[in-house]
Ligand binder design. Structure first.
Ligand SMILES: C[S@@+](CC[C@H](N)C(=O)[O-])C[C@H]1O[C@@H](n2cnc3c(N)ncnc32)[C@H](O)[C@@H]1O
Length: 330
C-alpha cells in the first residue's frame, strides 16, 4: 500500500507529497478501486477563543506554519472535532482524476473564505471543479447554500462523503451543500433524475436566482479546459439574476520546456490571457472587472503558502446605460 506506482501521466499533489506517510490512513477503495486515504487538516482557530471555536471560531493566528508542524494526523485526532476538517482523497492519480487529491490552491481559497466570513455569510455560492469539496465545506460554515460541482460520479461520491464527514462544521452556520455535476464542456446542466448528481428544476432556479459568489481553485492546468471554464463562467454570469464575483485561485507552475529551452509557465500565461480577454469584452450586457487579491490574509490551514500561489477576483456587473436626458435625446 505504501508503494505508489508512478506512470508517466501520474500526478501527486504537493499537499500530500510533503505530508509524512504515517499520517495518512488508508480507509477504503474507491468505487473504481483506488486506495482512499483520510487526512485531517487542522483548522488553527485562535486558541484564545476556544470557547467559541469551531465553525464560528473567531480570530486567527497569523503564522501557524511556524507554530505547528503536525499538519495532518496524529495530534489532530486528539483535537476538538471543530478544529479539523477531515478529507478523504486518493494519493497519486492519473491526470483525469486530479480532483481526488487536495491542491494547494484549495487551501489558499479556504484560507480566504475563513478570513472573509462576512463576505460569504448567508450567500448562495457555486464552486466549479470542487474536487474533494474542501473549499465548499468551509464556505458552507457561513454561506446559506453551496453548490459544490465537478464531474465524474466517483469523485462526486467522494465529495459527498467528505461533506458528511464534516457535517458538524456546517451545522452551526446552517449552510446546505448540494453536490452536483457541472461539466464545463457541456452547455446545459443535466436534469435527468436517473443520472447521479443531476439537477432538479428547483435547484437550477435557486442557483440562477440567488448565486452571487463563484469559486474555483486550481483548475487552470490545461488550456482547453481553461477555455471551457471561462466559457462556463461567462455563460453562468449571463444566467445569474444578480451581480456576482468569481474568486479564482491558481498556482503559477514553472516548467522547463524543450520547445522553449527555458523555464515557462504556459498554463498560467493562458489563464492570465483569458482574464484579459474577459476584461476586454465589450458590447454585451455585462462588464467583467479583474483584480488580483492581496494574499497576506491570515493562514488557518497549514500548507506552504508559496509565492506562486495567487488569488484573483472577477467582478461581474450589468452594464448600465448612460442616462439620456430629454434635451440630449431630442
Ligand atoms: C487540480 S483539480 C482541483 C480540485 C480542487 N479544486 C482543489 O483545488 O483541490 C481540477 C479539478 O477540475 C475538475 N475538472 C476537470 N475538467 C472538468 C470539466 N470538464 N468540468 C468540470 N470540472 C472539471 C477536475 O475533476 C478536478 O476536480
Amino acid at each position: 500500500m505504501d508503494e505508489i506506482a508512478f506512470k508517466s501521466d501520474t500526478v501527486l499533489s504537493d499537499v500530500h507529497l510533503h505530508a509524512p506517510n504515517q499520517r495518512h490512513l488508508m480507509v477504503r477503495l474507491s468505487g473504481v478501486g483506488q486506495p482512499v486515504f483520510l487526512s485531517q487538516f487542522k483548522l488553527l482557530w485562535n486558541q484564545a477563543s476556544q470557547t467559541d471555536s469551531g465553525a464560528e471560531g473567531g480570530n486567527h493566528r497569523a503564522h501557524p506554519a511556524e507554530e505547528e508542524d503536525d499538519v495532518l494526523g496524529d495530534e489532530a485526532q486528539e483535537s476538538s472535532p471543530y478544529d479539523v476538517i477531515k478529507i478523504e482523497h486518493t494519493m497519486a492519480t492519473p491526470l483525469e482524476d486530479v480532483g481526488k487529491q487536495v491542491w494547494r490552491g484549495a487551501l489558499l481559497l479556504a484560507d480566504y473564505i475563513l478570513s472573509q466570513r462576512d463576505l460569504f455569510r448567508g450567500r448562495t455560492v457555486l464552486e466549479l471543479g470542487a474536487g474533494t469539496g474542501l473549499a465548499s465545506i468551509l464556505a458552507a460554515t457561513v454561506a446559506q447554500t453551496v453548490y459544490c460541482t465537478d464531474v465524474g460520479a466517483d469523485l462526486l461520491a467522494m465529495c459527498q462523503r467528505n461533506i458528511a464527514l464534516n457535517s458538524h462544521l456546517t451545522a452551526t452556520g446552517g449552510g446546505v451543500i448540494k453536490v452536483k455535476e457541472l461539466d464545463w464542456l457541456k452547455d446545459d446542466l443535466c436534469t435527468d433524475p436517473e443520472v447521479p448528481f443531476s439537477w432538479s428544476e428547483e435547484d437550477i432556479s435557486d442557483l440562477y436566482g440567488h448565486t452571487t459568489i463563484l469559486l474555483a481553485a486550481e483548475v487552470f492546468y490545461d488550456d482547453d479546459l481553461t477555455d471551457a471554464l471561462f466559457k462556463t463562467l461567462c455563460r453562468l454570469a449571463h444566467k445569474l439574476k444578480n451581480a456576482s464575483t468569481a474568486i479564482l485561485s491558481v498556482e503559477k507552475r514553472l516548467n522547463f520546456t524543450l520547445r522553449h529551452l527555458d523555464v515557462t509557465c504556459e498554463a498560467y500565461d493562458h489563464f492570465r490571457s483569458c482574464l484579459r480577454r474577459l476584461e476586454g469584452l465589450t458590447g454585451g450586457r455585462l462588464r467583467f472587472a479583474v483584480e488580483p487579491v492581496d494574499v497576506s490574509f491570515p493562514q488557518l490551514l497549514v500548507y506552504e503558502r508559496i509565492q506562486q500561489l495567487e488569488l484573483w477576483k472577477v467582478f461581474v456587473e450589468p452594464v448600465t446605460e448612460p442616462v439620456v436626458s430629454a434635451d440630449t435625446a431630442s
